[in-house]
Write a protein that binds this ligand. Sequence first.
Ligand SMILES: *[C@@H]1O[C@H](CO)[C@@H](O)[C@H](O)[C@H]1NC(C)=O
Ligand SMILES: *[C@@H]1O[C@H](CO)[C@@H](O)[C@H](O)[C@H]1NC(C)=O
Ligand SMILES: *[C@@H]1O[C@H](CO)[C@@H](O)[C@H](O)[C@H]1NC(C)=O
Ligand SMILES: *[C@@H]1O[C@H](CO)[C@@H](O)[C@H](O)[C@H]1NC(C)=O
Length: 420
Amino acid sequence: MEKKIKRTMGIWEVRYMFESSIIIFLIIGALATTTVYYVNDSNEQETSVDVISHTPHNVNNKDVYDSLDGCDLFRGKWVHDNDSYPLYMEHQCPYIPGEFSCEEYGRTDLKYQQWRWQPHACNLPRFDAKRVLEKLRGKRVMFVGDSVNRNQWLSMVCMLQSVIPLGLKKMHKVANASLFTFKAFEYDVSIDFYWAPLLVESNADHPSKHKRSDRVINIQSIEKHAKNWLNADILVFNSYLWWGTPTLKILHGSFADSKRYNIISNHDGYKMVLEKWSNWFTTHIDHKRTQSYFMSMTATHQRGVDWGMQGTENCLNETEPVMKEDFWESGSDLKMMRILESSLDNLKSRGVNVQLVNITQLTQYRKDGHPSIHRLFYSTLKAKQLSNPKGYADCTHWCLPGVPDTWNELLLAYIIQRLN
Ligand SMILES: *[C@@H]1O[C@H](CO)[C@@H](O)[C@H](O)[C@H]1NC(C)=O
Ligand SMILES: *[C@@H]1O[C@H](CO)[C@@H](O)[C@H](O)[C@H]1NC(C)=O
Ligand SMILES: *[C@@H]1O[C@H](CO)[C@@H](O)[C@H](O)[C@H]1NC(C)=O
Ligand SMILES: *[C@@H]1O[C@H](CO)[C@@H](O)[C@H](O)[C@H]1NC(C)=O
């Protein structure tokens, strides 16, 4: 039997204890993603499993995904569509950890699961798990990044796993690496997640032991993580939330010699790390084999004033998306986005295509999509916290099923077009 994954791998501690809303605003991303504590109860090694042979179904070369060519998938609107959504039921996906199981943790308004993203210029094909698995046959997809990327990875697993019978799938942590892997044996498909919130080596690399406010990175050291990315056919990166502190320390040497460092702004740090990542990426990845993607930043609905609420309201109790076209919440750092875009442009001029999956605007609207207080909290909430639920509401992550399912539909639109 598949074990419920929350018991075996994902334990979060989120402590929203700050009195000052300004501090919360500055470091909300860091807080919300601060501690991922993996209980590694399974000392599982990566096991080799005989792949059950299977003759591919007829796969037409011409595909509905081809019709999306040239369409801007990221300009559009949310349409309520309870016929097509949700793509799966929360209780039917055994891999959703407590951080994202909003229904289990008491959320009763379920409309947030029923929205379809409608691009202005085209229609997304209806998601079909079997067809996607058939397209991905023999491939390894790897998500690399922070807890929002983990959120998306688990969404992808849930979208695909429902059509795979028990015994033909497995989820486990790979020993001695920040790597988790979901395998669909019949299709020889792996859907993996690698924890590297700042891409290069940092004091946030350990899933549980790191400081919350003090960010230290070793910019010279990307190999530590990157050597684990080499065998993927499809790489999906993100890195945004952990850059939320205004400054960070850049070490001159290794962590063993942590006395020598510079303090630089988060924007400069992000630029330097993306440059390091780009250089590594250009020389180490086989771009004929590997498709690469970067997910853009996602909204964190901390400030209700952005959508007309009073005082310190946030995403708590929000049950409907914002419908105002081009709505933009004040917590999203557009400068970070421009830095990412220019890094990807530079890569392109060197002949390396990393596709930006521009989900920023579509997340802006979805103030209703966050767990808020309907999630597992790993430290016991004190009476004072309980008396002010918005103080500990999680407005950073996303309920599953929910908004990340759409990110994956958009991602798959690119992946499948390129596999055709
Ligand atoms: C679907 O939504 C419509 C309103 O858009 C509502 O009238 C209908 O009852 C809903 N159906 C289900 C099954 O929830
Ligand atoms: C994992 O780490 C432990 C201790 O750090 C070590 O004893 C073990 O050999 C490692 N296993 C693998 C597969 O590298
Ligand atoms: C939010 O909803 C809860 C019930 O889920 C209710 O007790 C509380 O008063 C609401 N808060 C606000 C600010 O509307
Ligand atoms: C991504 O979307 C944002 C928000 O709509 C926009 O400002 C930005 O220009 C887009 N970037 C690209 C490369 O399309």
